[in-house]
Each structure stands twice: as C-alpha cells, then as structure tokens.
Design a protein around this ligand. Structure first.
Ligand code: C5P
Ligand code: MG
Length: 286
C-alpha cells in the first residue's frame, strides 16, 4: 500500500482492514482528519544507542531539581510500578489502583521538592529526552495541512510542551491534555492541576474534555498513536467517528505483549524508534 509498510518493524493482523480504513480516510480528505497521540514513548524515543530515554517524569526524577534522597524514592517507585504497568498477565482493573498509587506518590514527592517553574526549560535542555526520528516532518506536515494534533499524555504537560518547544515544532494546531503543574506566586510547584491523568483513565480524561471534540466534529476520521493499551481509549470522546486507524509502538516486553498489541492496534511497530511509518500514512492521507 505504502512503501513504509515493508519496513521490518511493521506488523499487522489484518492488512486488508488497514488498507480499507486508509482508503476511506484518504477519500474523505485531509480536512476530515484529526490526529490523537500519546507523548512518552510514542512521540519520544524509548531508547537511543541501547540506553533508555526518559519520560516527562524521568526528566525531573533525574534532574538537579530533586534531592538525592528523593531521587532514590522516585527510582524505587519506578522499579516497583513500571513492571506492573507493562505486565500483560494482570488485568487492567487490578493494575489501575496501583497506577493511581504510583502517580499520586510520585507527584507528592515532586511537590515536596519545591521545584521552580523557571528551571524547567534548563532541565529539559540538559535531559536525554528525544523526539523520534522524523518528528520534524510529522509536526510540520500536520501544521501545513491544518490537521489538529491532540497530544494526550499521562506525563507532565509543562515538560512535554517544553520538549516540543525546544525542538521548534510546537505549532498552533496542537492541543495538549496532560497533568499540568500548579505554581504559587513565587513560581514554586505546589500541586498538580485538575483531575489526574494516568495510564488507564484516558477514557475519563477524553470525556471530561468534550468541548475539544465538539469543535472537531467535522473531523470524524482519526489517526491514533500510542505505546500502551491504555492509549486506545484516547479517542473515546470523538464525536460521530467514521474511521479510526490505530498505530501502536511496541517498545518493551515484545514477545509477551505482541499478540495483545496485534489484537488491539491496526498497525504495530516493533522496536521502531522512528515516525517513518506514521509519516508515510499521513502523506498518503493528504
Ligand atoms: O505520555 P504518556 O501517557 O505515555 O505518559 C505516561 C508514562 O509516564 C507511562 O508510560 C509511565 O511509565 C511514565 N511514568 C513515569 N513516572 C511516573 C509516572 C509515569 O515515568 N511517576
Ligand atoms: Mg506512552
């Protein structure tokens, strides 16, 4: 269909279905399309030269903005809860309260550190966070074609915006749903705003933001991108959906999780650190 589908990273359970969805979306035209993407480990790289890249949270966890003692505590949380996040042998309803526990404990620790808003740009600049190869084409192409991009992240909104801004691709067609920091009058972190978004409540987050989807009513064709099975619910607020094409990055625990990813994502990209395939799909649709 498109040359990028011959890449060795690409797996599909039903290529014919993918072709049908793409043809239907291309026929409807790019002015009917919206893109909804996760951030951490979807728009950003999972690894570079064999080394793990940080999530929004990890950018802070690894920075000078938190004390050594706090670093250890955050690392302990990561070592406890990340294996649970990616364990596909445990049902979501069992994992959900544990994920709430992780986010809540981590946010409480970060708040204790009295992090200053002014310091965020520097820690992002000094971090190892990287957008996936092909990001420039991805962001610029969506902007040029006036296709709205919703970044829906259980990470930290202030941090992810900074990553995108520093890469010079934070265009006006982007909206973000995420956990935003609440700073006091002196610019010191005092809490996180609004309802917590964690890995398994993106459906609730989507429904809370119904106004956004109402505005995009004329765009019933959705390209969804994620790296977790929880990301599949990001489009639950889309109104009058006609087609949805789901692209999933399978970064970790590949053998254990491949079947469940193939069952739920239309296109699965195995250990693919690039946006080459999503870009190929977008070029086809526009
Ligand atoms: O953008 P996205 O929704 O992917 O952000 C969530 C990611 O943040 C999760 O995959 C989780 O592993 C990571 N996380 C973290 N530290 C925390 C909480 C979540 O690295 N304290
Ligand atoms: Mg993610």
């Amino acid at each position: 269909m498109i040359p990028e589908f011959s890449n060795p990273s690409v797996c599909m359970k039903d290529p014919q279905r993918v072709q049908d969805i793409m043809e239907s979306m291309a026929k409807a035209g790019s002015n009917t399309v919206q893109v909804i993407s996760d951030f951490d480990m979807t728009l950003t790289r999972f690894a570079y030269n064999g080394k793990r890249c940080p999530t929004c949270h990890n950018i802070l966890d690894n920075s000078d903005l938190v004390s050594e003692e706090c670093k250890e505590q955050l690392k302990e949380l990561l070592d406890t809860y990340y294996p649970i996040e990616i364990d596909c042998s445990r049902p979501v309803d069992e994992k959900l309260p544990l994920m709430v526990e992780w986010w809540t404990k981590a946010h409480a620790l970060l708040v204790q550190q009295r992090i200053k808003k002014d310091h965020l740009a520097l820690v992002v600049r000094e971090s190892d966070a990287m957008l996936r190869d092909g990001y420039q084409l991805f962001f610029d192409h969506l902007h040029e074609h006036s296709i709205p991009l919703l970044i829906f992240s259980a990470g930290i909104g202030d941090i992810l915006e900074e990553v995108i801004r520093q890469a010079k691709v934070f265009h006006p067609n982007i909206n973000v749903f995420s956990n935003y920091m609440d700073f006091d009058d002196c610019g010191v972190l005092r809490a996180f705003k609004g309802e917590l978004i964690h890995i398994y409540n993106k459906r609730e987050g989507a429904l809370l933001n119904s106004g956004h989807f109402e505005e995009l009513r004329a765009r019933p064709n959705v390209l969804l991108m994620g790296d977790s099975l929880g990301d599949l619910n990001m489009a639950d607020g889309v109104q009058d959906m006609e087609n949805i094409l789901k692209i999933g990055f399978l970064n970790d625990k590949v053998e254990e999780r491949k079947q469940s990813y193939l069952d739920s994502y239309d296109i699965v990209l195995v250990k693919d650190e690039t946006l080459v395939v999503p870009n190929g799909v977008l070029l086809y649709l526009t």
